[in-house]
Ligand binder design. Sequence first.
Ligand SMILES: [Zn+2]
Length: 175
Amino acid sequence: MIAWDGPSGSVLPVVTAPSTVLSTVGDEVDPADPAVVQLAADLVATMKVSPGCVGLAAPQVGVGAQVFAVDVTGHPKAATTHGVFVLCNAKIIEASRWKAGREGCMSVPDLTGDVKRAGRIVVAATLPGSGEEVTVTTDAFEARALQHEIDHCAGKLFLDRVAGAHAIYQRKVYL
Ligand SMILES: [Zn+2]
């Protein structure tokens, strides 16, 4: 089980582009460090109070670290779902079924874009707190969310992945 069952966290302000931390490669973390567990809890708390938010990475709350939270539960484009979880030092070890799809981001509030992502991935990571090493196999929208958050931890935004200006859209509706 990778589901988050850590302490409750605090809601943090979300930083928006252009902010240096969003384009900086995050540091690898010690998943057992109490500060990392607190960060994980804060990411979950901030994600939960943000309508339509399916994932949030440490750089988005101003921390240059390889930690992120994901929750695509109930999303219409989701197939496999693992509920609310937080991963540290995540790396994609397998990726296939590449397909374009629309993405948005709390750190880029006014735009969405079409981004090509793998529709099936295997990710290796560690869990905050226990430090347990896990591999997560997922697909569809959860796979997209994971790739988006892993990009944040590497200092990349979805805007760095769009095919060009024709694949960027002004957001009309705020979820
Ligand atoms: Zn984002």
